[in-house]
Design a protein around this ligand. Structure first.
Ligand code: ADP
Ligand code: ZN
Length: 437
């Protein structure tokens, strides 16, 4: 198997042919899955004893869902389909919502995965002349090595900087003429604030693009990063259960994320009824990995909320596009009975120009009621000693938030750079309410 960053035939295959290909691959991966202790049992319980019983793509609905809970139960080898000596790497999820889960790769799995990342990078307009600084955590987390291999497959010069230490990041960018970076959107905002603080001028950098993912962010946040750093920002979506990055990615049209349908089957279901939602509507993304043999995972409930854009993309790629992922079903906060996603708050505050680059949502119990506080950094040019305009700003943010989220929040304004910054995924919510037992 060889590395390939542009697969014209596959990326522009008419959708009907893509579906035929998916069906073939689905049967293959079902046969592979039947070799694992977990699916042997699960599939036979569902009455599927041979891959040939799946005759159309719609038959995938006969396959039971797999949840994060199942993966944890199967730890460490319940999902392994090949002899251990064929495995050449393992990765684990970052464990945002509990114990991490592990996945295994054989040699071909690594090449297939790398090719999806390489294809994604190339779709944003990068090529071998680019210098790529990968400012994301390496290690068990898939973002580091996944992008590293993908970048190399494109032929770019890859600088494995990892996150943190902005002074060193700027030095690397200047010394080697970095043209593209990969980071979480929150870290990119932090980089911009540090640039100003350390007096690094935009003119001293050759930066053109950034890949931003691993956590939800709003369209306003994207625009803010693009305007502040004068770059193009491309949304990158992936999860370790589905290899890692390179599951879905924005092309230069920046209008939804192409999900690579020759590697993944995507379904959108209603998270309560688990029935498919009407085309275009938002629901929970369910993914089947067609491109990994060592740890096959079928109909995985990602808990991520998104929907399909159904119209064709101007770039000519035929793989369907996902809407920006707004959050996970389990991110939802219930505040005095009202449902609220953190992304709704981000959407409101990031559109206010006096608001700075960082914020934190705190929920507490006050008597019997829940109390929502939004701590917001202001832009560095706003003087914290000037209480009159500051109070007016605070009141304006509070009123805008209240009208959008129907909850009356307390708003606190903080100096630029004073709220905690995370190098990996940002921790936007502090829920201090006592847990029900
Ligand atoms: P964990 O589930 O422990 O966070 P991962 O490190 O595999 O494990 O992270 C994958 C998750 O990160 C996705 O399921 C999704 O919730 C989130 N994510 C990744 N990329 C994006 C993105 N571009 N937009 C929104 N959420 C994202
Ligand atoms: Zn496109």
């Amino acid at each position: 198997m060889t590395y390939q960053y542009w697969n014209e035939r596959m990326e522009t295959l008419p959708h009907a042919e893509l579906e035929t290909y998916q069906l073939e691959q689905l049967k293959k991966i079902l046969a592979v899955a039947m070799r694992t202790p977990f699916y042997q049992k699960r599939l036979s319980e569902a009455g599927i004893n041979s891959a040939d019983e799946i005759r159309s793509l719609a038959d995938i609905r006969r396959v039971p869902f797999t949840t994060k809970h199942d993966l944890r139960d199967g730890f460490p080898y319940g999902f392994l389909s090949v002899p251990k000596d064929e495995v050449i790497r393992l990765h684990a999820s970052s464990g945002t919502t509990g114990t991490p889960t592990t996945i295994y790769f054989n040699k071909e799995d690594i090449v297939r995965w790398t090719n999806f990342v390489a294809r994604s990078i190339y779709a944003t307009g990068c090529n071998k002349t680019d210098v790529f600084q990968n400012m994301i955590t390496y290690g068990l987390f898939t973002g580091g090595l996944g992008f590293h291999f993908g970048g190399e497959a494109v032929g770019m010069l890859v600088i494995p900087s990892g996150p943190g230490n902005t002074t060193r990041q700027f030095k690397l960018m200047q010394d080697f003429g970095t043209t593209v970076v990969h980071a979480t959107p929150s870290f990119l905002l932090h980089v911009e604030a540090k640039m100003r603080e350390e007096g690094v001028t935009r003119g001293s950098l050759a930066l053109k693009r950034a890949f931003a993912g691993a956590e939800p962010y709003s369209e306003d946040t994207r625009r803010r990063i693009e305007d502040l750093l004068c770059i193009d920002v491309y949304n990158s979506y992936g999860l370790s259960e589905m290899n890692g990055p390179g599951v879905a990615f924005e092309c230069q049209a920046k209008d939804g994320l192409h999900i690579w349908e020759d590697g993944y089957i995507a379904e959108i279901v209603n998270p309560d009824t688990l029935e498919p939602v009407p085309d275009g509507e938002v629901g929970e993304l369910v993914l089947t990995c067609l491109c990994r043999e060592a740890s096959p995972i079928l109909r995985y409930r990602t808990r991520d909320l998104t929907g399909f854009y159904t119209e064709p993309c101007s770039c000519g790629r035929t793989h369907r596009r996902l809407r920006r992922i707004t959050g996970r079903t389990d991110d939802m906060l219930i505040i005095n009975g009202v449902n609220l996603f953190p992304s709704q708050i981000e959407e409101v505050i990031m559109s206010i120009k006096e608001v700075g680059n960082n914020y934190l949502i705190v929920v507490e119990k006050e008597g019997v009621l829940d109390r929502l506080t939004v701590k917001i950094e202001v832009r560095p040019n706003i003087f914290m000693d000037d209480t009159r305009p500051l109070n007016a700003l605070k009141e304006r943010i509070r009123r805008t938030l209240q009208s959008m989220i129907t909850i009356n929040p307390r708003v606190e304004l903080h100096e630029s750079g004073s709220l905690p910054v995370s190098e990996g995924k940002a921790k936007r919510v502090q829920d201090n309410r006592p847990k029900d037992v």
